[in-house]
Design a protein around this ligand. Structure first.
Ligand SMILES: Cc1cc2nc3c(=O)[nH]c(=O)nc-3n(C[C@H](O)[C@H](O)[C@H](O)COP(=O)(O)OP(=O)(O)OC[C@H]3O[C@@H](n4cnc5c(N)ncnc54)[C@H](O)[C@@H]3O)c2cc1C
Length: 442
């Protein structure tokens, strides 16, 4: 199989120093299946998308087999920032109208809200402590001009999401605990932070308890057949399935299905986590907020204080997973972190990791049928904690025909367009990043 990224991007070394891995034990896993197998619905990829689809289909009594080339939630699901928040698309309102008609922007916002509420409700059912915190999400202005823009958009944003957006002017930043190189803030009371691995682990437990089957370390390299009679082929296994869900997001192969070739653009995101900060260190920087936050840069930084006092800080990663570029990413992360939070320049970084998120040419997720019987949920544009979870549930709803009461927007079911630059599209992102970097400096 051919991938857009070199093999180093699939090396576990990029995830091995994830903070989340140190917060819970790896689950007991069954042995990979061998030989000829049969299932009703085969789900490829056991991250948020696959796990949520498996959970609902298994609850409906369907025979489900969840497959992953590695262990469950090995992909972005086990290594993200844990922002359960609005987002999942990068399309402008004009582009949303093109995809979804006049109602496109409204439909998309309804979907974003529904995704966050969906996870909120689900967590209430999972008997698990996932280290929740934060009352919604805060956007921090990186320049005075950016704050003026936030001020202008606050009422409209609030109206769009049916909430009240709260502005924090520069002079109140310190009392609100937003100490750092920021010039004001806007908070939308939607979303919360969580430990993504604990959430995924609880989901896996619930899906297995509902009757889903699991075959870890099972990479599918070919999908043959048609609706009602697919054959999935791995190195040691052949699985007959009536329907198939592809939930492989940033780890998708270019060549597994023609419908995916040149349609997805995996991009790296990278995170550092500090050791727990002392009260004195927190005070020195003036950051005592529990809000999850990001800044107004086009190439944004995302950050939050974790419940145990550590600070998590993430941003776009490299465009190559090779060692030289990863060292440069590591240096840039530290540079940007200390530029925004100078009082913490000498604080130890205890954890650091990277993973692949995924963009589509339509700049919205695809959640629907690629062809009869073959479904996919992917392309959350770096915001898949809520949206990936919701996509999995939507696919279960679509496949079973059983109404889960979830809104499934037509604009996420439009065929994925091809990227113009073919295999050069990853490297072409260098120019995009360079351009956005200039925008952020003016
Ligand atoms: C560093 C980082 C930080 C992020 N932070 C946030 C955040 O704070 N909030 C947020 O909302 N989103 C965030 N994201 C994005 C979010 O993590 C993803 O959108 C989401 O986890 C995608 O889930 P998924 O289940 O669709 O895919 P993944 O979790 O990536 O899982 C895909 C799985 O498919 C498997 N697979 C691939 N091909 C095959 C095959 N052929 N056969 C079998 N298995 C296969 C892989 O092994 C993998 O486990 C972040 C992403 C990264 C990388």
């Amino acid at each position: 199989m051919r991938y857009l990224w070199e093999s180093a991007a699939f090396d576990d070394a990029l995830a091995a120093r994830s903070f989340w891995r140190s917060t819970s034990n790896a689950p007991d896993l069954p042995a990979p299946l061998r030989g000829r197998q049969k299932t009703d619905v085969a789900i490829i990829g056991a991250g948020f998308t696959g796990l949520n689809a498996a959970l609902h289909l298994a609850r409906q009594g369907r025979d489900i087999l969840l497959l992953d080339a590695r262990s469950p939630y090995w992909g972005a699901t086990g290594r993200n920032g844990g922002f359960c928040c609005l987002g999942g698309a990068k399309a402008s309102d004009a582009a949303l109208r093109k995809l979804g008609g006049a109602a496109g922007p409204r439909d998309w916002r309804r979907t974003e809200m529904a995704a966050v509420h969906y996870v909120d409700d689900l967590l209430a059912q999972l008997d698990a402590d996932v280290d929740r915190h934060s009352q919604g999400e805060t956007i921090l202005a990186h320049t005075p001009r950016a704050f003026a823009r936030l001020r202008r958009t606050a009422d409209g944003l609030g109206r769009d999401y049916g909430v009240t957006a709260q502005l924090t002017p520069f002079e109140d930043m310190e009392t609100q605990g937003f100490g750092g190189r920021f010039y004001g803030a806007l908070t939308l009371p939607i979303g919360f932070g969580l430990n993504p691995q604990k959430y995924a682990q609880a989901l896996l437990g619930m899906a297995l308890a509902a009757g889903a089957g699991l075959s870890p370390f099972t990479e599918i390299t070919e999908i043959a057949g048609q609706d009602g009679d697919f054959t999935l082929i791995g190195a040691q296994v052949q699985i007959q399935a009536r329907q198939v869900i592809l939930a492989t997001n940033g780890y998708s192969a270019e060549t597994l299905l023609p419908e995916l070739t040149n349609r997805l653009l995996p991009v790296q995101s990278s995170v550092i986590v500090t050791r727990p900060l002392t009260a004195g260190e927190a005070a020195a920087q003036g950051w005592h907020s529990d809000q999850m936050a990001y800044d107004t840069r086009a190439l944004l930084h995302y950050f939050r204080r974790l419940p145990d006092g550590r600070f998590l800080f993430g941003m776009r990663g490299g465009l190559s997973a090779r060692a030289g570029e990863q060292r440069a990413v590591s240096a840039r992360l530290r540079r940007n972190f200390t530029a925004l939070f100078p009082a913490w320049r000498d604080v130890d970084i205890s954890h650091e990791w990277s993973g692949l998120a995924c963009l589509t040419r339509n700049l919205v997720p695809f959640i629907g049928a690629l062809r009869p019987g073959l479904y996919a949920g992917l392309g959350y544009h770096g915001n898949g904690v809520a949206m990936g979870s919701y996509a999995g549930a939507l696919l279960a709803q679509q496949i079973s025909g059983q109404d889960l009461g979830l809104f499934h927007p037509a604009l996420c079911q439009r065929p994925m367009r091809r990227f113009a630059m073919g295999r050069a599209r990853r490297i072409a992102m260098r120019a995009v990043y360079a351009g956005l970097g200039i925008v952020d400096r003016v």
